[in-house]
Design a protein around this ligand. Structure first.
Ligand code: PYC
Length: 329
């Protein structure tokens, strides 16, 4: 019997024969409050080859699958998915392609921490160092004996300092453009209270910033990060990070913290190896530090450390006859 599809004949006495639907095995976790859904099996076959090419194939041929996994009614705007794939680089324990409610990510820091804890939960890795392949390069993750995970991210740098933009309704704002596996616009002076009670205003401001930054010669920037004073004891800074699909990151954002570290390094505001504690808008924290790769180009290797918890193992059922099977988009 073909168990990959459910036909009308599978509807018996008002309930569906769900065993006949396409089955997708997932493991969910959250890292500092930000969810990650790893697709363990049942995902599209993207073949072999470099992960950036496989990500393109994912987008070109299987984008409905992305939406089915992370969008409502199974997911939400804040959910980040990760498709587990065979790595091309055999020194890696896994390959992963991260995606969200609107598209694909180069790297995802909170997602990599979630992936590492997921792989440990599956019995695939023990504590120690593990290389993981992403579409933008290999990252090295360390699962510590206490369950924390450190991720040495891809080379990161500030591409442009103090880009001035005129934001409708908010006025002139300046920010830095930085790469850390995703492109960020990083703003220190914005006049906003970085509080959960102010999320609607922060969302509105960040979205407007992104539109003007994109129009002003940086079409690649799809994450906006606002920084301010911390609330958590011992933290250096608090942030609000807006993701490409307008949801805000509940974690301090691994690639966002990496981009911030690259800017701090470029400004000489943080010494190589010194610890930076980044707090999220909900009060969760990552610790970060960096190592210089090339002072001339400003390239650093950021390392971020955080904690994730596995909170679900499930089989998603994709039934073509469900009008919202492929997600609400
Ligand atoms: O942790 O890098 C991150 C991230 C990117 C988007 C959401 N989280």
């Amino acid at each position: 019997m073909d168990k990959t599809r459910l036909s009308r004949r599978g509807i018996v006495a008002g309930f569906m024969n769900s065993s006949a639907a396409r089955q997708i095995k997932i493991i969910d976790s959250h890292t500092g409050g930000e969810p990650t859904r790893i697709v363990v099996s049942g995902g599209p076959d993207l073949g072999r080859g470099p992960l950036d090419a496989r990500r393109e194939k994912f987008q070109r041929e299987f984008d409905t699958f992305r939406s089915a996994i992370v969008n409502e009614p199974r997911g939400s705007d804040v959910m980040v998915g990760g498709l587990l794939v065979e790595p091309e680089d055999k020194s890696c324990v896994a390959g992963v392609i991260f995606f969200n409610n609107v598209g694909y990510l180069g790297m995802c820091g909170h997602g990599t921490i979630g992936l590492v804890v997921t792989l440990a939960h599956m019995g695939k890795i023990n504590s120690g160092e593990h290389r993981i392949e992403t579409p933008v390069g290999v990252v090295t993750a360390t699962l510590h004996p206490n369950g924390d995970v450190s991720v040495a991210n891809v080379p990161s740098w500030r591409a442009q300092k103090a880009v001035a933009v005129d934001v409708p309704g908010f006025g002139k704002i300046a920010g830095d453009v930085a790469w850390s596996g995703n492109w960020f616009f990083i703003v220190e002076k914005h006049g906003q209270d970085l509080a959960l009670t102010n999320v609607d205003q922060l969302t509105d401001l960040s979205w407007r910033i992104r539109q003007v930054v994109n129009a002003q010669g940086f079409p690649e920037v799809d994450h906006v990060e606002l920084f301010g004073p911390p609330a958590a004891p011992g933290a250096n800074s608090r942030s609000f990070v807006q993701c490409p699909g307008k949801a805000y990151d509940r974690s301090p954002c691994g690639t966002g913290t990496s981009a911030k570290l690259a800017c701090l390094a470029a400004d000489g505001k943080l010494a190589e190896g010194a610890t930076w504690i980044q707090e999220s808008i909900i009060g969760s924290t990552f610790s970060g530090k960096f190592r210089w790769l090339d002072r001339a180009t400003g390239k650093v290797e950021p390392v971020i450390t955080g904690t994730a918890f596995v909170n679900a193992e499930a089989i998603l059922l994709l039934n073509d006859e469900d009008p919202f099977c492929w997600g609400i988009r």
